[in-house]
Ligand binder design. Sequence first.
Ligand code: SF4
Length: 149
Amino acid sequence: MSRTSTETSILEVPERDTLVDEVTLHTCLRNCMGTKDMAAGCCTLGDRDYIIGPIPDAQALLDRLSALWKRKVPYKEVFIDYAEGRALFPKKSQWQRKECFPALRVNTKDKVLGCMFLTDCNLCSIHEIRSVTCANYSCTYLKDITDRL
Ligand code: SF4
């Protein structure tokens, strides 16, 4: 049976970059680390021994935030340093290691202990200006999937 033009367009395969973006979004929002309905594991601590740091471009991120929010953003508003962090999470070993700081501030009122920039929809509110730590991070679960595309 011959195909109509409509059927042909349905079969078009997206560019690889588009495919990677869409698979990444789906995985991070609905199947994080292979767990159904889990989201944004790399942006939350939960009950894991995990820290969102170190952030090597801390000052540059503050500058970008200050420009975006049109006010001078203080360091303490965005970052947790070693002294504060080790006291905040004494049972998490990553928070006892000086080399993991500065860390991004997490919302301690939130049960999942999410990054302060994580939205209710589990998206990054500063995606375009996020730190190099965040921009370069890809978990092995996601990398295994996208490498096969
Ligand atoms: S800055 Fe954005 S990408 Fe980085 S941990 Fe926070 S929410 Fe996630």
